[in-house]
Design a protein around this ligand. Structure first.
Ligand code: ADP
Ligand code: MG
Length: 399
């Protein structure tokens, strides 16, 4: 992931592309960030705890109202245009095309009873696609905000997030939890976002970037999230919960203390046992990470991230040889506090916690160590934390 252009340059570039595509300038612009997940992996969809951090890589959605009752959209990332009639946006079966997400957002907005207006949109993105940084939530959130705002509706961040979660679930067939959308709408610069997915409640925790920096390491391997694996893990967690309800009268994985795991899981099929152990212990690690951040103990957070990765590798089985190689190389690099895969796994990126003064040397050593282990080139990006979705001023309606 190349160092992103600054916002002004990107807006200028996207504004020109808008003008070229539609023959007039955009009137408004919106942005929504991607995120790393510091810790709390595969816990959100069973009502667990997560700790994402929005990063300074975002999606821009430029928009201008149009007289016709239709929405036109151009994605710069895919260099492709699509058009939708208003009032006819059924989510339908996922096709695997990026326009599924647009249809999902349109139908979710219309199902909320929001009157939409015809408009033209152009989307520019600095969030790498399919690499575990949640480009899909940044895309749908920026899009939903643009579509709602241009029609005169102001959506609260939580409502915006829930709507985009529904859009992604229905239209793309990805049964995602609420983490990515909450991170895209509710985050604050200088803070991690602690989310209790059972309550849909959240808390901003100070994340001091003078003590620890986030470095994203892209493994240069991809696997689409919509693929069977993610949904399979969800199914497995659901089956485990069914078993616990039936055999133990336990309704939620949150009700199990790590110390009670052996007793609670006695007799459970072995594969489900491993999945449950990961989720229960991961929730505990998130709680410990929250306490560590509150005390400013970034070293403790780093160690918990390493334990999280080991569990994702051996118990939840969502890591890959490349992600493991990245984590192993990170541990040997100077300044490393912690490292783990970020997002659903099955390829994509790791998130590294690094001492600020060592970031450059860390990146050099990690690139070298990864190349030696895999022959692949990792793409390394030191990131800053970022605010959640917002409107940004377009340069000039007359440009
Ligand atoms: P991740 O969210 O980790 O990046 P996903 O597989 O969940 O990966 O989402 C990626 C999908 O989101 C893309 O294949 C595409 O359909 C959609 N998407 C993301 N960004 C854009 C964009 N800028 N333009 C169009 N579609 C996008
Ligand atoms: Mg996604």
């Amino acid at each position: 992931m190349a160092e992103s252009l600054n916002l002004r340059q990107r807006l200028e570039h996207a504004g020109l592309a808008f003008q070229q595509q539609y023959g007039r300038p955009p009137t408004r612009a919106f942005r929504a960030p991607g995120r790393v997940n510091l810790i709390g992996e595969h816990t959100d969809y069973s009502g667990g705890l997560v700790l994402p951090l929005a990063i300074d890589r975002d999606v821009l959605a430029l928009v201008a109202p149009a007289p016709a009752r239709r929405v036109r959209i151009f994605s710069l990332a895919f260099d492709e245009a699509r058009e939708f009639a208003l009032g006819a946006a059924e989510a339908g079966a996922p096709s695997g095309h990026w326009s599924d997400y647009v249809r999902g957002v349109l139908s979710a907005l219309e199902q909320q009873g929001l009157d939409l207006v015809g408009c033209d949109l152009l989307v520019e993105s600095a969030v790498p696609i399919g690499s575990g940084l949640s480009s899909s939530a940044a895309f749908t959130v920026a899009l939903a905000q643009a579509l709602a705002s241009v029609a005169g509706h102001a959506l609260q961040p939580v409502d915006l997030a829930l709507l985009c979660q529904a859009a992604e679930q229905r239209a793309a067939g990805v049964e995602c939890g609420i983490m990515d959308q909450f991170a895209a709408t509710l985050s604050r610069r200088g803070c991690a976002l602690f989310i209790d997915c059972a309550q849909a409640s959240y808390q901003h925790l100070p994340f001091d970037e003078r003590r620890a920096r986030v470095v994203v390491a892209d493994s240069a391997t991809r696997r689409a999230l919509a693929e069977a694996d993610y949904n399979t893990r969800r199914r497995e967690v659901e089956h485990a919960l069914d078993w616990l309800r039936r055999e133990r009268g336990i309704d939620s994985l949150r009700a199990i203390e790590p110390g009670d795991l052996d007793e609670a899981l006695e007799g459970m099929p072995e594969l489900l046992d491993r999945r449950v152990r990961h989720v229960v212990e991961e929730n505990r690690r998130v709680a410990a990470s929250v306490a560590a951040l509150q005390r400013g103990e970034v070293e403790t957070l780093g160690l918990l991230m390493l334990t999280s990765h080991a569990s994702l590798r051996s118990l939840f089985e969502v890591s890959t040889p490349e992600l493991n190689a990245l984590v192993e190389a990170a541990v040997e690099a100077p300044g490393c506090l912690g490292a783990k895969l970020s997002g659903a796994g099955f390829g994509g990126s790791t998130v590294n916690l690094v001492r600020p003064e060592q970031v450059e040397r860390f990146c050099q050593a990690l690139a070298h160590g990864y190349r030696q282990r895999t022959g692949l080139e990792a793409s390394l990006s030191p990131c800053w934390s970022a605010d959640g979705a917002s409107e940004i001023a377009v340069l000039s309606a007359e440009c």
